[in-house]
Write a protein that binds this ligand. Sequence first.
Ligand code: ATP
Ligand code: MG
Length: 567
Amino acid sequence: MSEEHEDNAGGTASKKDFIREIIDADLASGKHAQIVTRFPPEPNGYLHIGHAKSICLNFGIAQEYPGARCHLRFDDTNPTKEDTEYVDSIQADVRWLGFDWNEHLFFASDYFPQLHAFAIQLIEKGKAYVDGLSAEEIRAHRGTLTEPGKPSPDRDRPVEENLDLFRRMTAGEFEEGQYVLRAKIDMASPNMNMRDPTIYRIRKASHHRTGDTWCVYPMYDFTHGLSDMLEEVTHSLCTLEFEHHRPLYDWFLEELETPCRPRQIEFARLNLTYTVMSKRFLLKLVESGRVSGWDDPRMPTISGIRRRGFTPESIRRFCTRLGVTKYQGTTDVSLLEFSVREHLNEVAPRALAVLRPLKLVITNYPEDEEETFQAVNNPEDPEAGTRPVPFSRELYIEQDDFMEDPPKKYFRLAPGREVRLRYACFVTCEEVIKDETGKVIELRCTYDPESRGGKSPDGRKVKGTIHWVSARHAVPAKVRLIDRLFTVEDPHAEDGKLEDYLNPDSQETLEGCQLEPSLRQAPMGHRVQFERLGYFCVDPDTAPDSLVFNRTIGLRDSWAKRVAKKR
Ligand code: ATP
Ligand code: MG
């Protein structure tokens, strides 16, 4: 776990982070009367858990400060990579996380006319020029961290000529790459971003919103700060890799003498162990079919973890626990899993379900009889009450809950041993039936009628309590056991390709699981704790009479144990 969490775990979670301290000071000094933040995704992929950190920060601030607001702005300046599918999914994900931009939905592409006018202003001021160097030549002229760049031969092109060429670029007279518009700043700046960055380029591509209106498109750095300015954003919060872009962000605002001056503040991005958050890599997983889609329950995308059964509340709690700092670290994914488990423990109703069934027959229970026992819906929530669970002569128990030759600390069922069937009664294993291969296929037991309800009739103790489902009443289901997508803690740190470290066992599908009948009509997205097994959620692949569940998370952190065992 990185330092920042230990800070919070140590009890300083209520202390304001450095960004909120800046905001407090700006309000106190009268610099701003109203706070405006924004979340600015590029619509070139689905949002992931890293974006959730930024969403919780930006929208969280808007919720906390009276009169504050947070804009959702699509930074859609790259027509070749963007798609309305992404625009729609991003909106759905932000809403699902529990946030609302109200009427403040914006697209950088809506500012193309203004941005174009700003570019012309810069040309007129002698602060931008049209460059005929190729992309490769521009790169070669840029210099290195230790050597200054070389000015382009076009750097001192007269203003009139620049205006004419930019007009003709805009009119589509040139090919892609033939010309670019560059800011004229400082080819010797120690900050490479200030060495005459490109601000407009030719792209003969249809844009998902502006169609074929434009064939020149503004670059991200130019667009971003000016869009913030146009929306009167006060605090432009971004991740640390933009720190070296801040001088450029400020340069555009200064040179254009804009009335509003947003302040860019950087914070550490979220990195998680066993997780890759690069949109490019996630897209590759989707396109290569390694996962079933952006919303595959193994994906670190918001749509993936939603499908897997994570709750928005648990993600928000996780982000609060993370805090906001400038220290770049990697967060243990078990902190996220803890937050999910903690919240589901509070809200998920319980149910009895058997994933790998083994038949158990109670020989002294009449064949034509049945009864119900009351099971507690949620021990964490006294209001949740109880529900009846049917019981009969033939039951299913978990294969794991029986061992013919148990080791010392195994307290579940074994030949001659008595255990409690949760909520129901005590049973003793009298006989073990095997098939011709020697596999155990049935247990014959007797029950103590005096132990009905699962209580000891005479104070005698049983050490094990196991779960069960009545065979006659059980609802069959398919259950996907979801595990981590990668086998190594930091896939980026390894020598091989990221794909080499994908966990081949990240999903196991169990057929023929048996559930208590109350789950027969469980709706899509329904979250439940299968007692002793973990938290599960109904998958959209569910069809009438064929339930599909995903395991959201186990009850305890079993991964660490398993890894230790493998070594
Ligand atoms: P790319 O730039 O490769 O498209 P990105 O992850 O930066 O990917 P954006 O759509 O630009 O995607 O991100 C939107 C916002 O979310 C940005 O403000 C960005 O700083 C923030 N963000 C992205 N990844 C993380 C992360 N891992 N932790 C915190 N914030 C993030
Ligand atoms: Mg980005």
